[in-house]
Write a protein that binds this ligand. Sequence first.
Ligand code: SF4
Length: 361
Amino acid sequence: MPPFASKEKLDLLSITKPEMERFIHLQGWKPYRAEQILRWIYQRNVTQINDMTDLSIHDRTHLGFIATIKRPTITTVLQSQDGTAKFLIQLHDGATVETVLIPERDRRTVCISTQIGCSLDCRFCLTAKLGLKRNLNAGEIIGQFLSVQDYLEKTYKTPPRLTNVVMMGMGEPLANIEPVRAAIQNMIHGRCGLGLSPRRITISTAGIPNKFRDIVELGVNLAVSLNASTNEQRRTIMPAANKICPLPELLDVCRSLPLPHRRRLTFEYVLLRGVNDSPQDAVRLARSIRGIPCMVNLIPFNEIPRSSYAKPDEATVLAFQNILIRQNIDTYLRKSKGPDVFGACGQLGASTRELLCTMPK
Ligand code: SF4
């Protein structure tokens, strides 16, 4: 619940439409004001209350006394050779999150962080090495989208629009579900939010199954990071996540999820050389997900510093993919995006210094 009664100014980016309606009611204003203000923020992209010119000067002054719009600031842009861009974004307490823009033919996907660091300890992931510093609030989550869109508008003569959102950046989204839910509600609201289709938003989880239904109810896509074909393997690769829910139970929950008509889950599988990439692993994986409406994204491991894991060779990856395809499982090979700026999957969390040292000159 937003701190309407607190001495701190209310961050208008952090509240949903029903919360805005309550706030407006408490000011004694007409109900239509709620949508009016939200439209300024999400559709007319103002960053200052004073720019909401269809509010009277008196109302703007009053609003400015009790509320603010806390937009985060991009401090560094690291441009990959493949077109991917990684943004270091500063929040109001000075903390930094990482956000990645992935342009592909007809879509521009923004990969958003939901926590600073992460409480889970997936062994293939650089963010895990940070530990959890803190959760992001809803404004800091949707603010990453707005900041990257602003960057595109300032950089290009004909600025492209962001088309897709994946919450696969730093952090486990389902461990911070309320701000994630509020940010999604503001992303998909047609009249006074960003107006994104829920089908264009994907939430990726290491596996906190008691929150899966919350995500399905929002109508957005759910991606579950499996990365193992046996429980023992998963316990080694993702110890904390597998402690929350062991692999067999996780698959049971996936099997019984009430997915809407013609929707399916995505299973992500990071391929680690000699660990989970054998033909036997592929056969076991195919067997364990049979009957679940799903597709599989294969992600050859992206190298990170001080890791004992390595990327499998191409032939091994293709052989793994072919076994799944022969079992009638839609399987896609995710191309690594932005590895030269540590912007690829599992690579977020390198310090700026570490990044700048590894950047191609
Ligand atoms: S893969 Fe995701 S859940 Fe696992 S440690 Fe990294 S950020 Fe956290």
